[in-house]
Design a protein around this ligand. Sequence first.
Ligand code: B1M
Length: 233
Amino acid sequence: MADEEDIILAELDDDELVQQMHDDLYDGMQEEIVEGVNILLSRGWAPYDVLTKALVEGMTIVGIDFRDGILFVPEVLMAANAMKAGMGVLRPLLAETGAPRVGKVVIGTVKGDIHDIGKNLVSMMLEGAGFEVIDLGINNPVENYLAALEEHQPDILGMSALLTTTMPYMKVVIDAMVEKGIREEYAVLVGGAPLNEAFANSVGADSYCRDAAVAVETAKEIMAIRMAGQKAG
Ligand code: B1M
């Protein structure tokens, strides 16, 4: 079997390279991930395919082994950083539609939660679809969301939570919006691995988004409804 040093990524065919990138992601090898992303792009791969097939699928494997106690936080953090490095190459390409802004989204991960890969992916895909995205980052208390809504007046508020212990915080934010009398001004979309539609309904969100692609589709549908409402009004 070849040593890691012996593997020349550019000499692998597409399937082998994607497989190797899953392994490199698992091992948290940032430089190799960036190199792999660039090679796939140079071979004509669409940025979205590189993202989903090479990076997201690789991260899924990391997630399974984290769950099963094979990987621990430091290793997963390294994998996450390698994923982010790859996403950094793809971000401008996914955002490069040149389309006029179709709507504005404020998005952030809720208080107590520092997971941001999924949220970043959603932001990137929304930007790619022509949305202006204001990303509040991680660990956001309700005050951050309210301040951002007031400052940026978006069409949509997006919230992300990856932990069963933090997802109930979405209700805190939505309840605060109701209390301030501003809930109806914004569409609220929520997402994150432990959520589902029933949960989204129970906290008073407008929609649950299973993944970034669904988030984009849902955001577009919301904008179509808002535009139709504006024309009718
Ligand atoms: Co964490 N972690 N983690 N972790 N981590 C999970 C979530 C976990 C499921 C792992 C496991 O046990 N299998 C588990 C949660 C269990 C639970 O609550 N049910 C867990 C745990 C327990 C923890 C800690 C408590 C571990 C510890 O310290 N003992 C700790 C908590 C820290 C905290 O937040 N306070 C912790 C820490 C970490 C790291 C820091 C090491 C790292 C995060 C690094 C980072 O994000 N910068 C990490 C990671 C990487 C994971 C896993 C492995 C991967 C998450 C990820 O990035 N997935 C994760 C296991 C898993 O989910 N399989 C796990 C890839 C990403 C593309 O998918 O985030 O689901 P996802 O996003 C998707 C959709 O969900 C959706 O679209 C995205 C793109 O398609 N989506 C939205 C997400 N947000 C959206 C918002 C929207 C719309 C759609 O708004 C409109």
